[in-house]
Design a protein around this ligand. Sequence first.
Ligand code: FAD
Length: 516
Amino acid sequence: MKKIVIIGSGIGSITATKALVKRGIKPLILDTGNIIDKDKLEIKNKLKKLNYNDWSKNDYNKLFKKEKNKSIFKKQIFGSNYFYGKNLKVNKFSDNSEIPFFSYAKGGLSEGWGGAVLSPDFEEIKDWPIDKGNFEKYLEITLNDLPYITKTDDLSNIFPTYTNNNFNLKKSFATNFVINELKNKNNLTNLLVGNSRLLTRINDDSNFIKCQYCGRCISGCVYDSIYNSKQDLEKLLENNQINYSDNIIVKKLINENNRIKIEFIDLKSNIYSSIYADKVFLGAGSINSTRIIMNSNNYFNKNYDLKSKGQIIFPLFSRKSLLNNWPHTNTQPDIYMEYKYNDEFWTHTQINTSNDLFINIFPSIISQNKIFDYFIKKLMNHFFVAHTTINSFNSDYYRMFLDHNDNLNIKLINNNKTLKTLNNIQNELKVIFKNSNFRTINPLILKNNISLHNGSSMPMSINPKDNETNIYGNPKNFKNVHIIDSSILPSLPATPIGLLIMANASRIATEVNLNE
Ligand SMILES: Cc1cc2nc3c(=O)[nH]c(=O)nc-3n(C[C@H](O)[C@H](O)[C@H](O)COP(=O)(O)OP(=O)(O)OC[C@H]3O[C@@H](n4cnc5c(N)ncnc54)[C@H](O)[C@@H]3O)c2cc1C
């Protein structure tokens, strides 16, 4: 039987793994696979068995107390940065590199993601070299294999839901109020407002429990109700459908007699080793997959461009109280607002009407003084947040190269259009919020290195050049290596990219000829 190896356990790798398992394959996953500290995991597992009203303050503080963080926009899970990758001796970045988010975690970045999904407007990805009808089939397969909640609404015509599901979380007064205000006070044909689409359980299944409305979605889901790829990985392991090795840093792939030699460092022993595979599916995330391919092709000092997305954060104030019931609520984004800018492209806005971040900004006051606690909660009833993203064509990007000493150099490159476009969009969205009686307070344009969505460093193309891949993610010179993460997406639309990564990984792992 052919030996199939998958690198990484992020959403790309695990979606590909599931497709291969369906084909009767038992693949081996090689992964760095960091997990949260044992102490925190023990507390999480203890709290998971309890109703959140019964959590002790001591356990709660131990689990959610924040690690030192340079940026308030760097989300932590259970007060920890564990799911982000860092500078490693064996995988170094050169000094002064501006490093976007990447992951060495079991489950990759999905360990800390928001679980927000939305299919793209196909007009925006019409230059992708893959067949629309075929890709839609994989969007549907992917979504229907996940705990996916969505409702048919104003967005569905342009951003199809690909399911007959018509489920949603319990909607609060705030959600319905904000949706109605945005829709009714703005009579615009280029504005669509509706419910968010989330990968969140609203029913118990054999392995996981449904959302308990505990109000801590942004700080880590104790109940594992928000989907991440580690959950599927653990199910596959339990069912003996895969083999898994962690503490591995894959460094290089080498073609040898029609097989692939995978060279890696075992982080436990610090020993350089290798194994052979007939096919390799590479899903180490856009930065690490690109690095592995640069090294494998001996492409030193050769530039690869990694796309990202410009963002605007709008803190918003509603004169009418939103009767926020925090913490007895779900705090994932509850509203999507799609706004077509200049008749050119869609911007994507996620709105959180109830947000534990606001409460966390004032934790010391809240925990120390009951009177302040009361007033802050009253005040917070009037605040909410909107987060807007734009596509990669109009955004800054990163330029990466690997030097001869194996240091990865990454620099942010300004796209001349970015700031002007973000400013214009900000002004137009401000009018929409104002018409709805919501005041914006100092919107923040984020154009530096905190983009949550990165990719397209080795885009798929019909006639791939050196830095590109073919439609099955094969990089130049490697017909038995298929890249399956965000690095091969030809562009990044404004909508969340996770669904695109998964559907594309599913397509590749289902369609490639494993006997070649
Ligand atoms: C805070 C945050 C919130 C987000 N929210 C959303 C959201 O709501 N919706 C959405 O669609 N997207 C969201 N994203 C983006 C999304 O999480 C990522 O685009 C996606 O998870 C990337 O998946 P991936 O499979 O490409 O790679 P990754 O998640 O980066 O996984 C890489 C995997 O490879 C392994 N690995 C890395 N290097 C090596 C190596 N050298 N050898 C072996 N293994 C290796 C790692 O251990 C990891 O398992 C968010 C991102 C962040 C940071």
